[in-house]
Design a protein around this ligand. Sequence first.
Ligand code: GLC
Length: 447
Amino acid sequence: MNKNALIKKAKKVLENNWTGLYTKPSPKSYPHQWSWDSGFIAIGYSHYDREKAMTEISSLFKGQWKNGMLPHIVYHKPFIDYFPNAEDWNIGISKDSPEDIPTSGVTQPPIVATAIWNLYINSEKREDSLKFVRSIFPKLINYHRFLYNFRDIEGKGLIANIHPWETSIDNSPKWDTILNNIKIENSKIAYVKRKDLKYVSHEERPSDQAYTKFIYLMKLFKQYKYNQEKICKVSPFLVYDVLFNSILYKANLDLLNIAKLINEETNEIENWINKSRSAFEDILWCDEDSMYHSYNVLQNEIIRVHTASCALPLFASIPDKDKALNIKKYLLTVCPFGEENICVAIPTYDKARTGFSPSNYWRGPIWVNINWMIYKGLLNYGFEDLARKIGLNIIRLIKEIGFWEYFYPTEMRGLGINNFSWTAALLIDILNGDIDYEKTFNIQSHL
Ligand code: GLC
């Protein structure tokens, strides 16, 4: 299959998941609009359908809360087949919730500024996109203000997450200890009949034990009527996630580009950037492991669990060259690309460690969005060889077995749901970059 045919297939996946307002993450399992999914998806659209990219982002902002929060799920339409649904969150009990649309009550990694910047720079006629960029800017900066006003709880420039769903890699081994230590006296409080197991086998999804804790936290926040100050005081899950904060740092850089472009004040954004840059070094960098880790705020300690997110500061150009080199070395140990025991790309968790699972969700499999961010991050530092290997292996994987939600790390096997939107969207982005597709796959490019 030549490059154009593969791009065409990816566009078809997005077209089939398009609802007219937003793109479902996949045909089955995820019927609503998810925040970071929409960001990645809009980056794909930015290469060929500016209108859809703008609609995707505008629809997402319809769910913005009065305090600025962009929720992780926007429920444009009811679907009985999904849990938790709008009724389960019941955000109407909060004075800050939007009046005319139901949403969830937590946020997700803030990739949206990066999506808007991509929409602008990839536009054929950039001046046509300016109007949109101008109109969305006040909402966008309000979202970033929400994060700093309510979640920079120690004023150090790092944003705290209150729920594993906010980090979006909810059953990552890095949260195991915290979740295991949450004791629920009456487990009935958190009992739910899971709906996520209808299409995907249990072995590929979070455990019941983890799921119970997710629901417990959701119910706790509801009890506090989604009041941010109170929740940050009572939540037994309170972390500075290296993934979330890296994406935010990159988003702030893109927000700064946008502000300069439309002649808006930049001081506030520059202050966020400067403050969090030092916090990455002072709080998240671990000398012993030569990499960045997430941080358990309640215990005041870094979480020394080797996941792919430890490499994401590369995506935001945070580390200096020496630190970046150490991270690259680490990536080569988790993904040696050797003859034996090959990892197809970067797995979400180091396969040499306890708790690694090749098929369980965020506990080992390969995800395209994580690999895409690492790929971009390596390019930021001129590590082109490794970047290219990752990029080409992701292409090969999708080309040969399909647009899966996640992939088995050591063999060509898809996991979760097929025809997953961000897998298609980010493939389009990679194929639009400087990657030697025809040479590698030995194909003449023609349509
Ligand atoms: C799962 C993933 C999350 C994603 C959502 C929709 O909950 O953990 O990252 O946003 O599905 O695709």
